[in-house]
Write a protein that binds this ligand. Structure first.
Ligand code: ADP
Ligand code: ZN
Ligand code: ZN
Length: 747
């Protein structure tokens, strides 16, 4: 596109609209305001309605100038202005824009994903005020016996003395007549006050609802090291149960007492309700939770509570990193290694990484906590970008679990269980304790196959097997959801000799039901926890403390405390050893360490059994015989040798098409352009186009072009130019493509 750069007297507003185009759109000021200067009103961040083709869209002002690439005569005026003031503080709005640029995602799409959906639709924020009845000074001093002739008035006043504030809603529910309220108000005993909802009952209370724990020396040291008055990134590294959450709580206490707000990110709220509960139990001050089960209105309300400083603690998942805070004081990213912090579709931002940038911009501390920190964060400690704070023991009277490797290469397995494992389970159940079996594969069996002709249940749309499910019975593709009935005979040769190959959690459940018919078997995976309360119901059985066997996928690895589990068994530890994904061993180690951390968290000695074909592999043995830090040291040798992240910066260009040739030639073009912009040299390497780990998914072929660079600035410059060229090429229009900066998932 040729810039005309025509200068003129009129101000031109550059507006972001929800569009896949990597650009802003230019508009003139609204018709009614064309003769006045609107710059005061139309500041960056203000939402407006703009004509867009035949439609009218919500747009967000990003800036203004006297120039446009379009002839002024062709520009349309802004239709109307939505906000009187920007809803997002300037520094945060700048961060939204910075993030869009850094991840090379279209600016309109990025900005719209950074705000609640009610705002995206052009609506206003829900009011935070609730009208409450409260006692006047005279009312407080009034003795109830003075009202003994009017029982209804007495009842209301005594209720109010106890509750301090009663909302109009509550009055309605209790069917208190308005004439009574009117009379009491006339006597100046009560009055109506607008209070922020959720907080009216917190007024004038101690911010703490319960006494904090006495920190043990390492926790004290960690807490003391956290300087709450300036930016610093801290990595709080301590195994599950070592007391990280207690350190968060006490750091937050300092923040709340100084009148500031804390933003806490956790990977998944609805699956770990007890984490949220711990915060709520500790503090009297208003806490809002931003999670996927909120309605649009509830979400906007919570967001506004944070923005207006009415909520002192904001807890949320990934997208909560964009929540404005009136007085920011601290950011916490719990389980910082968790891959859910990186959005894997569309706007591929990392909430963890943006958290660090945000904390820097707001001059506040950020704590990244984990029992299994990412190699990136550990490396940032080595390079002195983060301060490492270590908690090395468990505060409760609990012991480190014993690790027992079981080499399954030569042993006969019964549906995935070695004889030794079965014996160990028996022993634990006999002692009245609980067992946790970990297998990260849901369904009954990952493959159905024909014994006679070798037919295999492949998905027609993906390069993947259809998983056999029992309840309800079907073959299901976990990548595209393609579903068919389980055939009774081989679709290829009609033989009835169909076999299930491999184990899924449903099959493990069946096997255990046969082996231990008297023991309750609880399965926790995506299929058994779809229902809103299912997870809590399952967990309440576990927490009853009765002997049982828990079977779970990675859903169980996160944040749960099972005091009576004394044996954790990892059925198949080898998943990540030989994967072409360079992060697979790290993920495997994290998952195994996290699951193992569920064992022996109470007062009982726990053990961890690990079934593997490769017990003497250095990755496995460093996990078993040393600890997570040693494991990371071991696997980072390979990464460093191959100059993979964190020892270089990485970006991917992905392409998907129903024709593999289109995908390959598009990425070939990208590579040529990249080489032309920045020829490969000592600091930059290009790889591909190569097929993605799953070459075909949902009927599309998937290819990847990878860029590795030692210098973040260079890769950024390259990507910016590359995007411009690729956007302008006709090839790009025929294909689904995307850029992934700092990719986490290369499948
Ligand atoms: P993490 O977040 O590292 O998993 P938690 O903070 O949840 O660890 O602590 C594990 C358990 O130990 C919790 O039940 C917590 O209440 C308790 N705990 C933590 N710190 C202390 C302490 N200093 N004294 C006594 N109990 C503690
Ligand atoms: Zn067959
Ligand atoms: Zn499929």
């Amino acid at each position: 596109m040729k810039m005309m750069n025509k200068t003129n007297d009129q101000t031109i507003y550059h507006v972001a609209v929800p569009s896949p185009l990597r650009r802003l759109f230019d508009y003139l000021s609204p018709k009614q305001l064309q003769n006045v200067s609107c710059n005061e009103i139309l500041q960056p961040g203000i939402r407006v309605f703009v004509p867009f083709g035949k439609r009218e869209l919500v747009g967000i002002i990003v800036g203004n100038s006297k120039k446009s690439s379009i002839a002024i005569s062709r520009l349309k005026p802004i239709k109307s202005i939505i906000d009187t003031k920007p809803l997002i503080p300037k520094h945060l709005f700048d961060l939204y824009i910075w993030a869009a640029r850094y991840y090379h995602n279209p600016i309109g799409d990025s900005l719209f994903q950074s705000i609640p959906s009610l705002l995206r639709k052009g609506k206003g924020l829900p009011s935070l005020e609730t009208q409450c009845w409260m006692l006047t000074k005279k009312g407080v001093e009034l003795s109830l016996s003075d009202l003994s002739r009017s029982p209804r008035k007495k009842e209301f006043i005594s209720w109010l003395k106890e509750k301090k504030a009663i909302t109009k809603e509550e009055v309605k529910q209790k069917k208190i007549s308005s004439s009574i309220l009117k009379k009491l108000a006339e006597k100046k005993l009560i009055f109506l006050e607008s209070l922020p909802e959720n907080s009216y009952n917190f007024k004038n209370k101690n911010p703490l609802a319960e006494k904090p724990q006495n920190l043990y020396p390492e926790q004290q040291k960690a807490l003391k090291s956290i300087n709450i008055s300036s930016f610093n990134a801290y990595l709080l590294f301590g195994e599950t149960g070592s007391g990280k959450t207690e350190v968060y709580l006490q750091a937050i206490e300092k923040i709340v007492c100084s009148g500031k707000q804390a933003l806490v990110l956790i990977p998944e709220i609805s699956l770990t309700p007890q984490t949220l509960r711990r915060f709520e139990n500790r503090f009297n001050t208003p806490i809002v939770a931003l999670h996927s089960r909120l309605t649009d209105k509830e979400r906007a309300f919570a967001w506004n509570m944070a923005r207006m400083g009415k909520a002192s603690i904001v807890i949320g998942t990934r997208s909560a990193i964009f929540t404005p805070l009136k007085s920011p004081g601290l950011i916490i990213i719990d389980e910082e290694h968790d891959s859910s912090y990186k959005q894997q579709e569309g706007y591929r931002y990392s909430a963890r990484d943006l958290g660090v940038i945000r904390a820097q911009k707001e001059s506040i501390p950020i704590i990244l906590g984990s029992a299994t920190p990412s190699m990136e964060s550990l490396n940032n400690c080595i390079e002195n970008r983060y301060t490492k704070l270590t908690l090395s023991c468990r505060p409760e009277k609990s012991f480190r679990p014993n690790w027992l490797p079981i080499n399954i290469r030569k042993s006969q397995l019964i549906n995935g269980f070695s004889q030794e494992l079965i014996e160990s389970i028996k022993k634990v159940l006999f002692e009245g304790n609980q067992v946790l079996i970990f297998l990260n594969r849901r369904g009954f069996s990952p493959t159905l196959s024909c014994y006679d002709c070798g037919w295999i249940s492949n998905c027609p749309n993906c390069e993947a097997r259809l998983t056999v499910h029992r309840k309800p019975s079907r073959l299901l593709c976990h990548h595209c959801e393609y579903t068919i009935q389980v055939p009774s005979t081989c679709p290829s040769c009609n033989s009835s000799q169909l076999e299930f190959i491999g184990q899924g959690t449903e099959r493990i459940e069946d096997t255990l039901n046969v082996l231990f018919p008297k023991t309750p078997i609880l399965r926790v995976d995506r299929d058994t926890t779809r229902n809103k309360t299912a997870m809590e119901d399952l967990l309440s059985v576990v927490h009853s403390g009765d002997s049982c066997i828990l079977i779970g996928t990675q859903m169980l690895a996160k944040g749960h405390h099972f005091p009576d589990v004394t044996l954790v068994a990892i059925l198949d530890a080898d998943g990540g050893l030989f994967s072409p994904d360079f992060r697979a061993p790290e993920r495997m180690g994290q998952l195994i360490t996290q699951v193992a951390g569920r064992s022996g968290r109470g007062e009982k000695q726990g053990s961890v059994i690990l079934q593997s074909n490769y017990c003497d592999h250095p990755f496995i043995s460093s996990l078993i015989f040393q600890d997570y830090q040693n494991f990371i040291d071991e696997i980072s040798k390979e990464r460093e040798l191959s100059s993979l992240p964190p020892f270089s910066h990485m970006a991917l260009v992905r392409a998907e098409s129903t024709s593999n040739e289109d995908a390959i030639s598009f990425l070939g073009y990208c590579r040529k352009q990249a080489e032309n912009i920045l020829p490969p040299n000592k600091i930059i390497t290009y790889l591909g186009p190569l097929p993605a780990l799953m070459e075909k998914r949902n009927g599309r072929f998937r290819y990847i072009f990878s860029i590795y660079c030692k210098d973040r600035k260079q890769i950024q410059k390259l990507l910016e130019k590359l995007c411009q060229r690729v956007d302008a090429s006709p090839l790009a229009k025929r294909i689904r493509w995307s850029i992934d900066v700092d990719p986490q998932d290369i499948s």
